[in-house]
Design a protein around this ligand. Sequence first.
Ligand SMILES: CC(C)(COP(=O)(O)OP(=O)(O)OC[C@H]1O[C@@H](n2cnc3c(N)ncnc32)[C@H](O)[C@@H]1OP(=O)(O)O)[C@@H](O)C(=O)NCCC(=O)NCCS
Length: 170
Amino acid sequence: MNLSHSDPCLTPRPVRDSQSDMAEIVLPNDANPLGALLGGRLMHWIDLAGALAAHRHSRHYVVTAAIDHLDFLFPVHVGDLVILRSSVNRAFHTSMEIGVKVWVENYIANEAHHVSSAYLTFVAVDPNGMHVPVAAVIPETEEERRRYEDAARRRQSRHAELERRRKLVP
Ligand SMILES: CC(C)(COP(=O)(O)OP(=O)(O)OC[C@H]1O[C@@H](n2cnc3c(N)ncnc32)[C@H](O)[C@@H]1OP(=O)(O)O)[C@@H](O)C(=O)NCCC(=O)NCCS
């Protein structure tokens, strides 16, 4: 298979090329009066972590088009270390689905817990805000191939839901 392309931005790239890690220590300003991390702050970090992988993969500016359903599975407190790992699950035409997995590590208690997982859609744009095509992603591992296949199914349901909501708007 010849993977070369006249535009280097469009050369297909493996998931590992843009996989990104972000770490945050929860400080009092990130928390509610009981010392628990604010959900909105975690959403902000998830958005940033997702944008990292999308930007690295597309080599363009990106905007968040959608964030799917989010669950907060485990409470996070001031002093905890939050790790966010983002990967491009699949690139479509101008958009990409990014998966972000979040976990918390507490070295004093010697514990790690899965906190949240999210799927985000980013659209690549040029400096004028016009959508631009993105390179295909090459899934290499079994897990990456599963996420790649699932991403197409999720995109279909997202589009169906968008269509349904558009019809509701008078
Ligand atoms: C997201 C945005 C770029 C889509 O632009 P648009 O002209 O309405 O969308 P189009 O129909 O041309 O679709 C462009 C791509 O976005 C995808 N897309 C658009 N809306 C989407 C949504 N709600 N969920 C998932 N994907 C979406 C389309 O599937 C398409 O992907 P493809 O090119 O890979 O097939 C535009 O709505 C926008 O700029 N929104 C604001 C983004 C922003 O400011 N985000 C920060 C949070 S406020």
